[in-house]
Design a binder for this molecule. Structure first.
Ligand code: SF4
Length: 469
């Protein structure tokens, strides 16, 4: 019998967590590790490993093929380009201290798409082979260029079989025409709600009047369109974190039940203002406390609440195929499945790459909509876009669930070859997966209730938490 390679790490209760390259996992004691490493597995070990798909007898037997299938399913293969982020203007009517996208003042000239850029964008979209397209409008504040949004949407609706539009707006000043635009069934609103009114005012709106304008617009959006069409994200300053309960209270008061906690991103303008480069430990402690607060809340709540990214990671542990988040994929090939078109027509592989380029750190652009796509520089970077052969990740039990974020590494460290455990990406994901496994192996009924809800199961299933005795 041959055992597929097992990676392991201490679990904190004297046992160890083991995982294979296809994401199969279990807990066992140090004695098992010694037998495994010393080539001295006993019949009980062999039976357990065979029963749970961690071993095979011959190359190409059913166990081998099954493992290869599970391993391959863990990988992300970009398909057609079917998702574009469009930035028709950099102008904005707010001046948020941590703005990542190098916005410019509302009245600044020269930072909008002109007629030529719009036509080139439409021509580019016309050339896509996909039949379904998702378009995200970003800025600046995209509602300042509403007529461009209307023309893109009209074009896409007649060109593609299925379309979806997301407007990332600060919901600060919404005209009647903008409300009407947002009310369409294929159009979704994404906004920012920084924890609670007090934090939002400090970080974004500055005056009580502007805060009230925003809160009333958010209320109106939720009331008119429903929470399936409106999402809000909090961006938090690691140096001044709000009480988790106050964030949960604020979001649930709007009926919003998915909270995507994000620390101020160490990119773009935020990079200059917030020098908290190594804040992973503080953020991780807060994130952990937030998950605990959600578990407590969900125990007695009629409508449960989730932290979006934690649930995404949990689902990646439990099942293959959860590749919907562009920051957590393996391989994470840049510039293929989706791209960004900036206010001047420049292509970027991601919004973060746009920010890194705009502040002059690295040029991660990939051509211009007027002259065509150029992936030369990116393809060099893409050679490193997988964690499968990374000398640190190959020893990590979380490898099959984890991913790669080269742009984040470049932005923070100016290089992509730091030992993984020194990177913010690795520190944050190690923490999240530690927490995921803490919950999976918890006997606390409160934890099990939230875990089942977040995993999408009718009830907690003990078989998830395999232990080899
Ligand atoms: S980045 Fe860190 S957590 Fe992710 S697989 Fe690599 S070593 Fe593990």
């Amino acid at each position: 019998m041959s055992v597929f390679p097992l990676k392991f790490k201490p679990f904190g209760d004297g046992t160890l967590l083991f995982a294979d390259d296809a994401g199969g996992f279990f807990k066992a004691d140090v004695a098992f590790l010694e037998r495994y490493a010393g080539n001295g597995l006993n019949p009980n070990d062999e039976q357990f490993l065979e029963d749970n798909g961690h071993s095979f007898r011959e190359i190409d037997d059913l166990a081998y093929t099954g493992f290869a299938y599970r391993w391959a399913n863990r990988l992300y293969a970009p398909t057609n380009l079917d998702y574009v982020i469009l930035v028709p203007t950099l102008r904005c009517n707010l001046v948020c201290g941590y703005c990542q996208v190098s916005r410019v003042n509302e009245n600044a000239p020269g930072f909008d798409w002109d007629e030529g850029t719009l036509n080139a964008v439409l021509q580019f979209l016309d050339g896509l082979t996909t039949r379904a397209l998702k378009v995200e409008f970003q800025g600046g504040e995209p509602l300042l260029k509403l007529e461009m949004l209307e023309r893109v949407r009209d074009f896409c609706r007649q060109r593609f079989d299925h379309t979806e539009f997301v407007v990332c707006t600060n919901l600060q000043a919404v005209s009647d025409k903008a409300w009407s635009f947002l009310s369409a069934p294929d159009t979704f609103t994404s906004t920012s709600l920084d924890a609670n009114a007090e934090t939002h005012e400090r970080q974004r709106t500055i005056t009580a009047e502007k805060t009230q304008e925003f809160l009333s617009n958010l209320r109106q959006a939720v009331d008119r369109f429903g929470t399936t069409k409106v999402s809000a994200l909090p961006t938090l300053d690691v140096r001044n974190l709000p009480e988790p309960t106050s964030v949960i209270e604020t979001f649930t008061s709007f009926g919003l039940r998915s909270i995507y906690l994000r620390p101020v991103n160490y990119q773009g303008f935020a990079r200059k203002r917030f020098a908290a480069k190594d804040s992973a430990a503080d953020w991780n402690a807060y994130h952990s406390a937030f998950i605990d607060a959600l578990i407590e809340y969900n125990w007695s709540a009629n409508e449960p609440v989730e932290e979006y990214y934690f649930v995404h990671c949990l689902r990646r542990v439990l099942r293959a195929g959860h590749n919907g988040h562009a920051d957590l994929r393996n391989p994470n090939i840049l510039g293929h499945g989706y791209l960004v078109i900036d206010y001047d027509g420049t292509f970027y592989p991601t919004d973060e790459a746009r920010m890194v380029t705009r502040v002059g750190q690295f040029d991660l652009s990939m051509g211009n909509v007027q002259t065509g796509l150029d992936r030369t520089a990116l393809d060099i970077l893409n050679a490193e876009a997988s964690n499968n052969f990374h000398p640190d990740c190959v020893h990590c039990p979380y490898q099959a669930f984890c991913g790669v974020d080269l742009v984040d590494d470049l932005s923070r460290y100016g290089r992509i070859d730091l030992p993984k455990h020194l990177t913010d990406f690795c520190q944050r994901h190690t923490h999240i997966f530690d927490k995921v496994f803490e919950l999976i192996y918890s006997a606390d009924p409160k934890v099990q209730k939230s875990l089942a809800i977040w995993a999408g199961m009718p009830e907690y299933e003990a078989a998830l938490a395999r232990v080899h005795q």
